[in-house]
Write a protein that binds this ligand. Structure first.
Ligand code: ZN
Length: 310
């Protein structure tokens, strides 16, 4: 059976230390991997997630000290949304006020309560309060109790000039189906997928194209159980949509292919295997700087240029 839903979301941020303070302390996510950008090893690649570093909970950042701010536009992820227990929205509203986090008043979207806010780089985030998620995996840090902790991704919304070509990929390749419409939003859901099982398409005219920078989502990744499942999706993209992906790249914790979908958002297909415990014990995720085998020989030089995180 195909596993559907989001695997991870990767964004660009300003200074790494500020990023870690916000996602680790303010939001209480677990730093599940501290490594470097394999294509630019002088910069970090930080991964946050739940206690198990499960696919569908993973938000990653390329932090650059002097990243210019991005500008939201069409062909880009507009908002990244986490799940929290239904009763936690009050706690979070209070916490965002207390921590000085810019946010909006909670609103109803598709009948659910949504609290939108921004990270220190202006990245658009939100929490959605859901019934019945209390028993699902979480991580608690920074004084956030289990009754309030984040339970992985709910969704991303994509800002598009035209929904149909992107929708065709979501439904034909990634196992999503149209679930609802509200205003300019069309909701796609992967049936039976609890975490990261929703993608909202927002059709918006009049926006300039996106300019990526700090606060921008660089790409979103969908799950494939293994290489064979990924290969099946790659073939479907080619045969039914005329889209070629990159060659598979080994990201150490998953194996990935990339393609730009018709609405210009960069999509990735990432395998669930081998996972984040491949190079350090599950209990110690995120504590030590981990490097892929090819970069281990350069550890001293890499550590010398990376900024301190504490
Ligand atoms: Zn990725």
């Amino acid at each position: 059976m195909q596993i559907n839903g989001l695997h991870h979301v990767t964004a660009i941020s300003g200074p790494a230390r500020r990023n870690l303070d916000f996602y680790g302390r303010v939001l209480g996510l677990r730093l599940v991997k501290k490594t470097v950008n394999f294509d630019d090893p002088g910069t970090y690649h930080l991964y946050y997630g739940d206690a198990d570093a499960a696919p569908g909970s993973i938000l990653t950042f390329f932090p650059w000290d002097h990243a210019a701010p991005g500008r939201l536009g069409v062909g880009e992820t507009q908002e990244t949304v986490f799940r929290v227990p239904e009763g936690a929205i009050g706690f979070w509203t209070h916490r965002l006020v207390e921590q000085g986090v810019p946010h909006e008043a909670p609103v109803k979207r598709f009948g659910e309560t949504v609290l939108s806010f921004r990270d220190p780089d202006g990245m658009r985030l939100a929490l959605v309060g859901l019934p019945g998620v209390e028993a699902e995996p979480y991580w608690t840090d920074g004084g956030i109790g289990s009754e309030n902790a984040i339970r992985g991704f709910h969704s991303v919304s994509l800002l598009l000039a035209d929904a149909a070509p992107t929708a065709a990929i979501l439904t034909d390749v990634f196992g999503f189906a149209e679930a609802a419409r509200e205003g300019t939003l069309i909701r796609y859901a992967a049936e039976g997928t609890k975490v990261g099982g929703v993608v909202d398409l927002r059709v918006a005219g009049g926006f300039l194209p996106a300019r990526q920078g700090a606060g921008s989502v660089h790409h979103i990744a969908f799950r494939a159980a293994d290489d064979a499942a990924q290969d099946g999706m790659v073939r479907r993209l080619a045969e039914n949509h005329g889209i070629r992906t990159t060659e598979q790249r080994d990201r150490n914790y998953f194996r990935s292919v990339y393609f730009r979908e018709p609405g210009h958002v960069l999509f990735e297909i990432a395998t669930d295997i081998p996972g984040f415990a491949v190079d350090e014990p599950a209990a110690e995720l995120g504590r030590a700087l981990k490097l892929p085998p090819g970069l281990e020989a350069h550890r001293a030089q890499i550590e010398a240029v990376l900024p301190a995180l504490d």
